[in-house]
Write a protein that binds this ligand. Structure first.
Ligand code: GSN
Length: 226
């Protein structure tokens, strides 16, 4: 029997959260090793476990997978959440990348100096409402899922991203009824319903403690290297 999947990351959302979502929807159980000290990070580096000295890292099928997109693509392909042909996959990837761009902007917020947070949040709100959400609203007109009438990783990411947006801007979906209806449909998928309940492996919004831990693990080297 294959070994259990193990996620190596902080006890928080960050880049790992989409991987938690996708594994959950794929019905894959996983364990987590939470990084909370620099020593743990050094041990992973010494063991050669991190190809680019970065997390997320996922132990799966005898591999130590890194690079968030590569990990998501592997899971999506393995569990038939990546379209039925190369053209569908291209569309799914385009939708996914848009969502990643938006989620990465939100991920940066807790690491943003307090004086800059308001402007950053306004920028996210504007981009979400004018650039990103209209695309998903249109794709979901008369459609259950974003691509090919079947559930894909892009759908899972849209649910994650839209819930994340609502945490910051509660009324953001008012102008996007298709996305709102999609959220309710997706939330009724049993694995997702369970994941949305308290006590699941879904992580809460990042707080000061999370930011402090990330800074400690990397010894103040800013985690987001872009
Ligand atoms: O998407 C990816 O997995 C990579 N392209 C980037 C991963 C990354 O930036 N990881 C950070 C921590 S998670 N925060 O974003 C990291 O390991 N930073 C340490 C470093 O030396 O870059």
């Amino acid at each position: 029997m294959a070994d259990k999947v193990v996620l190596h990351y902080f006890d928080g959302r960050g880049k790992m959260e989409s991987i938690r979502w996708l594994l959950t929807v794929a019905g894959v159980e996983f364990d987590e090793v939470h990084l909370s000290t620099h020593e743990q990070y050094e041990t992973l580096l010494r063991d050669g476990a991190l190809m680019f000295q970065q997390v997320p890292m996922v132990e799966m099928d005898g591999m130590k997978l890194v690079q968030t997109r590569a990990i998501l693509n592997y899971i999506a392909e393995k569990y038939s959440l990546h379209g039925k042909d190369v053209k569908e996959r291209a569309k799914i990837n385009m939708y996914s990348e848009g969502l990643r761009d938006l989620m990465e902007m939100m991920m940066m917020l807790p690491f943003t100096p307090p004086a800059d947070v308001k402007a950053k949040l306004e920028n996210i709100q504007t981009k979400a409402a004018e650039r990103y959400l209209p695309v998903y609203e249109k794709a979901l007109t008369g459609a259950t899922y974003l691509v090919g009438g079947a559930l894909s990783c892009a759908d899972v990411e849209l649910l994650e991203c839209s819930l994340m947006l609502e945490e910051r801007v509660p009324e953001i979906l008012t102008q996007f009824p298709n996305v709102k209806a999609f959220q309710s449909r997706m939330s009724r998928i049993p694995a997702i319903e369970r994941f949305l309940q308290p006590g699941s492996k879904r992580k809460p919004q990042p707080d000061e403690n999370y930011v402090k831990t990330v800074m400690e693990v990397f010894k103040v080297k800013l985690p987001l290297t872009k």
